[in-house]
Design a binder for this molecule. Sequence first.
Ligand SMILES: Cc1ncc(COP(=O)(O)O)c(C=O)c1O
Length: 445
Amino acid sequence: MAPTTKTNRDLSRKRFERAKQSLVEGVNSPSRGEAVFSPGPIFLERGQGSRVWDADGNEYVDFMMSFGALIQGHAHPHLVEVVSRAAAEGSHFAAATSAEVEAAERFLRMLPSAEVVRFTNTGTEATMLALRLARAHTGRQKFLKFEGHYHGWYDPYLLNAHSHPPEQLGTPDHPARIPDSQGIPPATFEDVVLAPWNDEAALKRVLREHGRELAAVITEPIMANMGCILPRDGYLQRLRELTRDYGVLLILDEVVTGFRYAPGGCQQYYGLGPDLSTFGKALGAGFPVGAVSGPHSILDRMRWGDDMVLHYGTFNGHRLTMKVVAANLDLLSADGVYRKLHATGEAAILGLREVFRRHNIRAVVQGLGPMFQIYFTEREAVNDYRDYCAYVDTRRYSRFVHLLLDLGVYMTPSNGLHWIISTAHTEEDVARLVDAADRACAVLA
Ligand SMILES: Cc1ncc(COP(=O)(O)O)c(C=O)c1O
């Protein structure tokens, strides 16, 4: 059966018109609004497990999962109970609490590279703090970021985090430096060295030139903001060795990958020992949180004193969030959790590949276990930012996802994001996805 566009979204449409009177573009982040969804966003009102319901009562299997935050799906009964009980006792004291200690102890148990952790409220705050720590620790100002990597919306990270037409990118040796936002003083970017990712030769060249002046290299272990691009074999390990050779700190930004691939994140999965790691999303299972972890020798620079690295925040270690973090990490420590996440994700990847093959549609389904992306492209793989900018048909992807939305699958039509498998997803959900993809392909083809 071909999908229809008859899904009733009258209430979503009405609410969006109203929202636009009081909120910029009717939303609180451009990734949720008209720039992505046509004719406008679907207003979600309720979630349970892997499912969400919109304002008009339409049900969807959710594969966006709050941009990856909902590792346990929606309204996990244990987390609901924990947070309800905690809220009744008082939400937050901005004082020392047992809740933050319980969260920290569990965090450190799961992450062998970490001697100590500092909680923030978002991934952006975590990457901000990590850079400040790295600069203070090394006494150097500059840092290296990779093209197409996103580390939150802190000023110096907002260089080439978006995709652009390939003719605007410059060469890999001399990448064009394209700010992602107005309002950032150009001088901010003078301390940013930009390099292509997944390219060992380019990395060596850049480090030869700038290595001794860099405080840090920051990288996502899996490039998760141009879809889902895996590191080439040995690339991250080489990055670790080379940064060490130049006395540069390696900041592994695990905001997306942390607690998703293994109890100890991608660093465990790939056997890496970063100097600093940043977390967010899945750590809080839907509650706002971030974290920076690493050795005492670096993080203890935040200890009070004349030469300290300052990190304040009324809501740091928010009590309700810390209760959820501790309970979430307990759930993730149970036997078989990661095996199931990987197996469910692999089933979805294989199922989708088969659908595109059957319909003779050129598409790459790329990723690993619980996180993947679909690229409509003539290429065999998308290996970096430049491939993404040059060869991926993002409009076709958006059309495909809009078809899926009408078939009861919720996902953002933005190709730069990625499909997420949570512990709540089942074989039946994967079957629904594959069936919907099959029907969407019949229309696309
Ligand atoms: C790799 C990465 N780092 C940092 C961030 C920022 O996290 P937050 O949105 O919680 O500020 C994101 C957000 O998507 C991210 O993908």
